[in-house]
Unconditional design. Structure first.
Length: 87
């Protein structure tokens, strides 16, 4: 669903549900979890609920992953140098 929203920007709940083999209540529960995490915002216009991707939590996750990438890249580079030295 996040990938669908990243491509489309905004989509209705029924549009998001269409390609998934899940019941509409299951889709709604999934969207509740994504909304709680701040990954999806929902707005209701009449009977239609539109969903939109919330980027800030994703940005925070990328920042966190980048910090660990720097750590692990350095550690793995040192391990590779150590292994090459022992050969």
């Amino acid at each position: 669903m996040l990938a669908q929203l990243s491509k489309r920007g905004t989509a209705s709940v029924s549009d998001l549900a269409r390609p998934h083999p899940m019941s509409l209540p299951a889709i709604m529960k999934h969207l509740d979890v994504l909304s709680s995490a701040g990954l999806v915002t929902r707005t209701k216009t009449g009977r239609t609920v539109a969903c939109q991707l919330g980027a800030r939590p994703m940005e925070q996750a990328v920042e966190w992953l980048n910090r660990y990438q720097v750590f692990w890249s350095g550690s793995l580079d040192r391990l590779a140098a150590f292994v090459e030295e022992k050969k």
